[in-house]
Design a protein. Structure first.
Lengths: 100, 338
């Protein structure tokens, strides 16, 4: 996942009400923390729960990574993406703009 | 003294006999493999590498190494030396004899790519036969055959292999593939569900293209029943695309729009379905005016509300999805560091 690609989008649209929430799914707390620091990521980063508190598979049926969902202001899931490759942020930005 | 020498001689003789027996028992294929690897490390040109790989393959087409060597022939003779037909002639006859199923599968795919890149008409039915000559195919091999055959529109071949794949889309077969694999019952059920839904979907599409609409719809419905869907309720297989195209061709425009609409808007990649959705829209409305507005309205209508959940951030603070995202446009992404 090219997570750092989300940072410029977050900074650009944060003031208009854009939020990024990520969930780390493999319980690699140390590596994740290091990655977040090294890349200067400032949006919301969460750790997936274990057992009953697990959300990626149990709730969101995520089998492959990275998977992402773009949700509008009323909580409706408007777009679904599997994978995040170079260039995808252009399409993502267009979609964000349709919802802001 | 004499006795000691006798014992020494005896020990030496026994040792020698043992060595001889060992030499006789040594696997000639392994010996050839050792020779091959030694020579390979010295080889510099594509010609030399090709010759070494082909020599080994000619003598030992059925060892654990032969699949890798087949791929080397494909690479060095087929691509580097620019002799794809020659590579094909060497590899094709030994394909079915490659011992390791995964290597055999990979060699088949490489051969198929090679044939495809230089437009050698490669009969995938024959490749499938060559693969099956030694032992039955596994699910992944069947899937490769029925997906490739779908691209080539070889419907009887799709029907046959998708049908065979459905039969082995069971937890028992999944476990038997690799007994060491550690999956929970729930994970196995998910994987098997995906397999079953996939092969049933292709069975249906093949049947439809062979003119058997009733069987096609039966298979589509069976695939639908497996309910292998993403969070937004859209099948993880091409079911909606195939079923929607069939409905469109049958003149059932509303069903076509429903299936193709969900696929276009909420599947992992809706680009395959979108042209057919547009076609269905035109069939209903006369032209494609207002198509984009229709897409937007449908997206709003079908979009589900996101579930709430509470998790810890990396500083140990509890955060809820609902509170963090309230009134905002939110990207929710699942990831792990690589």
């Amino acid at each position: 996942m090219e997570l750092p690609r989300l940072q410029p989008l977050y900074e650009k649209y944060r003031d208009q009400g854009f939020e990024v929430i990520t969930v780390e799914t493999k319980g690699q707390k140390d590596r994740a923390t290091k990655f977040i620091e090294e890349n200067g990521l400032t949006y919301t980063m969460l750790q997936n729960g274990e057992g009953d508190a697990e959300v990626a598979k149990t709730i969101f049926n995520v089998l492959y990574h990275p998977s992402s969902f773009l949700i509008d202001r009323t909580g409706k899931v408007m777009y679904y993406h599997l994978g995040f490759e170079a260039g995808d942020e252009v399409k993502l930005e267009e979609e964000i703009k349709t919802l802001l | 003294m004499n006795r000691r020498i006798s014992i020494l001689v005896l020990v030496l003789l026994l040792g020698l006999a043992g060595a001889c027996a060992k030499a006789e028992k040594a696997d000639p294929a392994e010996a050839a493999w050792s020779e091959y690897t030694a020579a390979w490390s010295e080889a510099e040109t594509a010609e030399e590498k090709t010759r070494l790989a082909e020599e080994y393959l000619a003598n030992f087409p059925d060892t654990e190494h032969s699949g890798r060597l087949a791929r080397r022939v494909i690479y060095y003779r087929g691509h580097e030396m620019g002799d794809p037909q020659g590579a094909f002639d060497v590899v094709y006859p030994v394909l079915g004899q490659i011992e390791d199923p995964e290597q055999r599968f990979m060699a088949s795919m490489s051969l198929f790519d090679l044939a495809d890149s230089v437009e050698i008409p490669l009969d995938i039915a024959e490749v499938a036969n060559a693969l099956e000559a030694v032992r039955p195919l596994g699910y992944d091999e069947y899937q490769w055959v029925f997906e490739t055959a779908t691209e080539l529109e070889l419907w009887p071949l799709v029907a046959e292999h998708a049908g065979a794949a459905t039969e082995i889309a069971t937890p028992e077969d999944f476990r038997a593939e690799d007994p060491d694999r550690e999956y929970s019952e729930k994970q196995i059920a998910q994987m098997v569900g995906l397999r079953k839904a996939t092969s049933l979907t292709y069975e249906g599409w093949a049947a439809y293209n062979m003119g058997n609409t009733e069987l096609a719809y039966d298979r589509f419905a069976a695939a639908d029943e497996v309910n292998c869907v993403n969070y937004l309720g859209v099948p993880k297989t091409p079911l909606n695309t195939f079923w929607g195209r069939a409905a469109l061709a049958e003149g059932d425009i509303d069903q076509a729009m429903e299936l193709l609409g969900a696929e276009t808007l909420f599947s992992e990649d809706g680009s395959a379905a979108k042209p057919y959705l547009r076609e269905a829209y035109v069939a209903k409305n006369g032209d494609d005016q207002g198509f984009d507005e229709f897409l937007w309205a449908t997206r709003n209508e079908l979009a589900r509300t996101v579930d709430d959940f509470t998790l810890l951030d990396f500083d140990g603070n509890e955060l809820s999805m609902a509170e963090t995202s309230a009134g905002k446009v939110t990207l929710l992404a699942f990831w792990f560091p690589t």
